[in-house]
Each structure stands twice: as C-alpha cells, then as structure tokens.
Design a protein around this ligand. Structure first.
Ligand SMILES: Cc1cc2nc3c(=O)[nH]c(=O)nc-3n(C[C@H](O)[C@H](O)[C@H](O)COP(=O)(O)O)c2cc1C
Length: 202
C-alpha cells in the first residue's frame, strides 16, 4: 500500500470515529483490547518516558469501581437517605456497567526532573486517541469519559495510583447499540492563524 493510500485510510478513520454512548453486552475480545493498547504505546511522548498506565476492567471489576464511585459520591452529599439521594447513588454505582470493558488510562506523575507533568498528560491523551482510532478500525464502539471518577483519590488508590497521577480517560469499549451521532466540527479557518505563509503554485 502506498503512503498516500495509507494516509487516506488514517484520515478516513479519524473522520469516521464518533463517541458511542450505548453498547450491547457483547465483549470485545482480548486480542482487540491488546491491539488498542499496542496502538496507544506508539503515541509520541517527550523524553520517551511512556507515561501511560492501563487498567483493563471487565466483569466484576466494573462493579467494584461502581461501589467505590457510589461510596465516594455519598461522602460528598448532604443527604444520602432520601429516595432521591438513593436513586442518585444507585445511578453512580451503575455507571461502569455501561460497557462490557473499561480501559482506565492514567498518566504517571513525572519521575525525573526534566519531565513536565502536562506533557505526560498530553502524551497520554495522544495514546488514548490512538486507542480510539484502532478500535474504530476494528468496528468497536468507544466512549472517552472522565467525570468525578477520574479525579477521585479513592478511585486512584483502588487502582494503585498516586494522588499526583492523572486519570486521563476512562474509555468505555464495546459494540454499538445505537447509530453514531453526526458531528461537524467548526471550520479549521475559525481556529487557525497563518503566519508568514505564502501560497505558491504547486
Ligand atoms: C478529556 C475528555 C473527557 C470526556 N469526558 C466525557 C464524559 O465524562 N462524558 C461524556 O459523555 N463524554 C465525554 N467525552 C466525550 C465527548 O463528549 C465527545 O468526544 C464529544 O462530544 C465529541 O463527540 P465525538 O467524540 O463523537 O466526536 C470526553 C472527551 C474528552 C476528550
């Protein structure tokens, strides 16, 4: 395959990818998850520190995460006993069950003086996008989520992360139960300033 054909495949996959919020119970295979993780590790990263850490949550691990999220939410609520409060807590508990597999992707805090925290987060975000594109190519559905859980010290502790590590994404992975929503990003023109660019005849 020529470089140009390859380029177009990547570009088409980028344009085709959309977040899918509802999934069936059908689990991705281990090989598919491993393929996504492999794609992630090819992301650019400064000082080659490969700051990403992955946690694959399936089956009961999702319930355990839900319990931690619900308990944590309860500590932040003034009332936990009313029917309404119980419903909110139950909803939180069920959140990780929205996909058969969750990939928690964390950026490790800098371990060397020359490493900058935000660059580890940036590299890990690039790794997440690689995962989403690899999943898209395999016909899987994904949803990059964060929410309170991503910033919750209890969740980090459960995963063995330090408070200074960052949960960059909780990627919900499965098979689509709904059609993808269309999204038309704003024209690049609105976001771009060209400096000293001269159009030349090609
Ligand atoms: C850092 C980050 C955090 C996100 N967190 C959530 C989230 O908590 N809940 C959610 O519904 N979507 C979340 N999203 C997904 C965005 O809502 C989604 O990417 C956006 O609506 C654009 O749609 P598209 O992915 O289909 O192009 C997150 C995306 C990013 C990059």
């Amino acid at each position: 395959m020529s470089r140009e054909e390859q380029h177009n495949i990547v570009f088409e996959t980028i344009k085709q990818r959309r977040s899918i919020g509802k999934m069936t119970d059908q689990s991705p295979t281990r090989q598919q998850i491993e393929h996504m993780l492999e794609a992630a590790t090819h992301a650019p990263n400064h000082h080659k520190v490969e700051p990403w850490r992955f946690f694959v949550l399936a089956g009961k691990a999702r319930n355990e995460l839900g319990e931690i999220m619900a308990a944590s939410l309860a500590t932040r609520m003034a009332d936990t006993t009313s029917e309404k409060a119980q419903a909110i807590i139950s909803k939180e508990r069920a959140k990780p069950l929205r996909a058969p597999v969750l990939l928690v992707v964390a950026a490790e805090r800098p371990q060397q003086d020359n490493v900058i925290d935000i660059e580890n987060v940036a590299a890990t975000a690039a790794a997440v996008q690689n995962m989403l594109l690899a999943a898209e190519e395999m016909g899987l559905a994904c949803m990059w989520r964060t929410g309170d859980a991503a910033y919750d010290p209890h969740v980090k502790r459960w995963l063995g992360l330090a408070p200074e590590d960052h949960i960059v994404a909780i990627v919900y992975v499965g098979h689509a139960a709904i059609p993808r929503l269309e999204r038309h990003p704003r024209p690049v023109k609105q976001k771009t300033t060209w400096l000293s660019w001269e159009d030349k005849d090609e």
